[in-house]
Design a protein around this ligand. Structure first.
Ligand SMILES: [Zn+2]
Length: 85
């Protein structure tokens, strides 16, 4: 894994957080582009987990099923476009 400067906006393969052109990133063919610092990924993942719990609670309050929640979440993931560095 080497450090380099991102040439395009994209998403971190580890945490799914945003990477911006000009950011320092970690990169290898095997892993794709990652945030330069593991702490950044960790904080994104913590944030994501909290948001996911919140969203699940909202679905429950709205009377929607867990299946609906997972279907929407997979759909959102499916339409995300990954960049090649
Ligand atoms: Zn990351």
């Amino acid at each position: 894994m080497k450090r380099m400067t991102a040439r395009y906006d994209g998403r971190c393969r580890d945490c799914g957080g945003q990477l911006y052109a000009g950011d320092t990133i970690r990169y290898s063919r095997a892993t794709g582009a990652l945030h330069a610092d593991q702490e950044v990924c960790d904080s994104y993942l913590t944030q994501r987990a909290e948001m996911e719990l919140e969203t699940q609670a909202e679905y429950r309050m709205a009377g929607l099923s867990a299946e609906q929640y997972y279907a929407d979440r997979d759909y959102e993931r499916g339409v995300q476009v990954g960049n090649d560095y």
